[in-house]
Design a protein. Structure first.
Length: 332
C-alpha cells in the first residue's frame, strides 16, 4: 500500500512537470521548471526535477535538447490528456490558495511580490493590442493600470517570452486574496464567470464555473470561447466582461471595507460589488454568515484582443514579480 501511494505521488509530480512543458513553446531547463513548480505550490529541488525529467525521457514523454532544456513530445501531451479527472480536479483552487499565501506584496510600503497573469501577444500586433486594451483600462475593467511588458527572450517572473512575441503581464485577481489574508481576512474563491454590464454598472452573472470543480482556469476558457464583449462594455457601457466571485466571513465586514478602501488608494482596483451578509450578490447565492465580493478578472483587458481577432496565448495566475517592476499602461 505504501508503495502504491508513492507511485501515485510520483505520477502527480510528473504530470505537473509535463503541464509546465506543455505550456511553453521553447525548451525549458530544470531550474526554470523547479521555479514554476514552486509557484504552483509544489516544492521540488532542481536536482529532483532533473531526476524526474530523466524518467520522462526514458518513457518518451520529453525530448532532451541538452543545454536549452526539454520539450514535451506528442506522447507527453497524450499523457496529460489521459490523466484522470481526479488528478486534475482542484488543481486551479489549489494554485489560487498557494499563490495567495506566497505573494509578499505589502499595501503600506507598496513593496514585495505581486501575482500576475501573463499573455503572449504577436509582436507585430502589439501596438494595436495596446490601443485596444487602453480603453478597457480607462473604463476600470482591470485589477490595476499597472502592467509589465517584455520582449523576446526576456522574462516575466518564471515565464520566458518566446520568439516573435511580447509578454504582457496584468495584475491577477488572486492578489486581492493575498492582500486580504495579510489583514487576517480569509477569502474563499468560489467562481469565475461572465458578468453583464448595463449602463456602466454590473447587472448579473450570466455564466459561472466553480474553481473547485474545474480542471482548467475558467477565465482562459471564457476568453478562448469568445464569450465576452469587453470592448463594447468599455466604450458604450454595456456588454459582458470577465469577473470572479469571492466570499469572506460576515464578521469581517468592517475590516473588509477598510482593506478595500486602502487597496484602491494604492493604485489597485477591480472591485465591482460588495454584498450584504447572507444576501445574494448579482444573482449569485451567498452562504449564511458570508459576504459576496465580485471582482474584475485579471484577463479582462486581454479578452478584448480575442474579440478583435488578435491571437493571444494566456497563462492565468502565472507568476510572481516584484511590484516595483510594474508601470502604468499609458507609459508603454
Amino acid at each position: 500500500m505504501r508503495g502504491t501511494r508513492s507511485s501515485v505521488e510520483v505520477e502527480r509530480k510528473l504530470l505537473a512537470i509535463l503541464r509546465i512543458l506543455a505550456a511553453s513553446d521553447e525548451p525549458i531547463g530544470a531550474r526554470a521548471i523547479a521555479t514554476q513548480l514552486k509557484a504552483d505550490g509544489i516544492e521540488l529541488s532542481e536536482r529532483t526535477v532533473r531526476y524526474h525529467l530523466r524518467l520522462m525521457d526514458e518513457r518518451g514523454l520529453t525530448s532532451n535538447l541538452g543545454e536549452p532544456g526539454r520539450l514535451i513530445t506528442d506522447r507527453g501531451r497524450e499523457e496529460i490528456e489521459q490523466a484522470g479527472v481526479s488528478d486534475r480536479l482542484g488543481f486551479v483552487i489549489s494554485k489560487i490558495d498557494s499563490l495567495a499565501y506566497r505573494a509578499t506584496f505589502d499595501m503600506d510600503s507598496k513593496k514585495g511580490e505581486i501575482i500576475l497573469n501573463v499573455s503572449l501577444i504577436p509582436e507585430e500586433r502589439f501596438e494595436e493590442a495596446l490601443d485596444i486594451m487602453r480603453d478597457v483600462f480607462r473604463a476600470g475593467y482591470a485589477m490595476s493600470e499597472l502592467v509589465i511588458a517584455r520582449r523576446t527572450g526576456e522574462r516575466i517572473g518564471a515565464v520566458t517570452v518566446p520568439k516573435g512575441m511580447v509578454g504582457f503581464g496584468t495584475v491577477c485577481t488572486v492578489t486581492l486574496n493575498s492582500v486580504l489574508l495579510s489583514r487576517g481576512i480569509p477569502v474563499e474563491s468560489k467562481y469565475a464567470g461572465v458578468l453583464e454590464i448595463y449602463r456602466d454598472e454590473p447587472r448579473r452573472f450570466t455564466h459561472l464555473v466553480a474553481y473547485s470543480g474545474s480542471t482548467v482556469d475558467p477565465t482562459e476558457m471564457f476568453v478562448s470561447s469568445r464569450m465576452t464583449s469587453v470592448k463594447e462594455a468599455s466604450l458604450v457601457g454595456r456588454g459582458h466582461i470577465l469577473a470572479s466571485f469571492r466570499e469572506v466571513p460576515a464578521v469581517a465586514e468592517s475590516d473588509l471595507q477598510d482593506a478595500l478602501d486602502q487597496y484602491k488608494r494604492k493604485g489597485l482596483g477591480g472591485i465591482l460589488a460588495v454584498g450584504k451578509p447572507s444576501q445574494p450578490l448579482l444573482e449569485v447565492p451567498v452562504a449564511r454568515d458570508r459576504i459576496g465580493l465580485a471582482v474584475v478578472a485579471g484577463l479582462t483587458p486581454v479578452a478584448a484582443l480575442s474579440e478583435s481577432g488578435i491571437a493571444v496565448q494566456n497563462k492565468a495566475m502565472s507568476t510572481l514579480v516584484d511590484f516595483s517592476d510594474l508601470v502604468p499602461v499609458h507609459e508603454l
